[in-house]
Design a protein around this ligand. Structure first.
Ligand code: NAP
Length: 285
């Protein structure tokens, strides 16, 4: 049995490989990466490092050769995301991959989030390929809020235009462990999992952060335009502003408010409390 993880030099992929190593021997693990030099440490552990770039389908044919199970981590490159994913799905089909796991978005079928249509289309392409699948609809990494959390640690208010909208935040490491368990486990054929922590409002998360950093975190509710201006002033690149504002709007409209016990079921334990993740990811001192 050979399992392959794409994006293994990214945050989620690297953590997933760490968990996979606890589940299967290194000889059963392969990774497909854009830059094999970045994966030298994995090679030293006995992992089969292969070159694969979603923009170069021929590289994927070689990368996926002899692979039984594939974890397709959604690309971070926004240039033709669906085309990149479809190239990987075709290469998986050609390589006779027997099981494909894909990291999707919350409630991708119906979501109005700007990033959802690409995931929706990818999910469809996977289903149409006929390859048995598991769709991991990852809700929201707590790590996405690290910039805000660091700013509030320095005394800034928690700024949001998401109103009372809720988010199913969880630590990235829980998403990685779930991906490893589904990829290496049994009984996940043709499943869709909504991997969501307990949905919380911005005020509720700010209060958890306050408990961890040991200072008050005032929440400043603003409109989308003001939020965009404040993010720009805080150094978010101009090109990213429509994206970050859309996320706030999407949260306000409820697109990340997904109640599900899938996450705990896949992990075989409760989702890690956010305070515990915060203590791990916040710089000490
Ligand atoms: N649910 C959430 O909260 C959330 C938040 C952020 C992102 N995401 C999604 O989840 C994915 C994984 O998250 P992450 O934190 O691990 O992101 P990340 O660290 O940016 O990793 C993305 C991975 O995609 C790889 N990649 C980009 N373009 C590629 C291409 N043309 N061919 C092959 N690989 C390519 C990158 O390769 P390199 O290592 O060579 O750069 C990297 O390994 C992201 O890509 C994004 O789709 C979800």
């Amino acid at each position: 049995m050979k399992l392959l993880v794409t994006g293994a030099t990214g945050h989620l992929g690297a953590l997933t490989v760490e968990y996979l190593l606890k589940l299967v021997p290194a000889e059963e693990i392969a990774v497909s990466v854009r830059d094999p030099k970045k994966a030298e440490k994995l090679q030293a552990l006995g992992i089969d490092v292969r070159y694969g770039d979603y923009h170069h389908p021929e590289s994927l044919d070689a990368a996926f050769s002899g692979i039984n199970r594939l974890l397709l981590i959604s690309t971070s490159d926004m240039n033709d995301r669906v085309g990149q994913h479809k190239a990987a799905i075709k290469a998986a089909k050609d390589a006779k991959v027997e099981f494909i796991v894909y990291t999707s978005a919350p409630n991708a079928e119906e979501s109005g989030l700007a990033l959802a249509p690409d995931h929706r289309e990818t999910e469809r392409a996977i289903k149409e390929s006929g390859i048995p699948y598991s769709i991991l609809r990852n809700n929201w990494y707590l790590e996405n809020e690290l910039g805000t959390i660091q700013a509030v640690s320095q005394g800034a208010p928690w700024v949001t235009s998401a109103g009372g909208g809720k988010v199913g935040w969880a630590g990235r490491r829980d998403y990685a462990e779930a991906a490893a368990k589904v990829l290496a486990g049994e009984g996940h054929g043709n499943t869709v999992y909504e991997l969501s922590g307990k949905p919380l409002t911005q005020d509720e998360l700010a209060s958890i952060v306050a408990g961890v950093i040991g200072r008050d975190v005032p929440v400043q509710h603003v409109d989308d335009e003001t939020y965009g201006k404040i993010m720009k002033d805080a150094g978010v690149p101009e090109a990213m502003i429509p994206f970050v504002v859309d996320i706030q709007k999407g949260i306000r409209e409820g697109y990340l408010d997904v109640e599900s016990d899938d996450f705990a079921k896949v992990l075989g334990r409760p989702v890690t409390p956010l305070a515990e993740i915060l203590r791990e990811i916040l710089p000490q001192g």
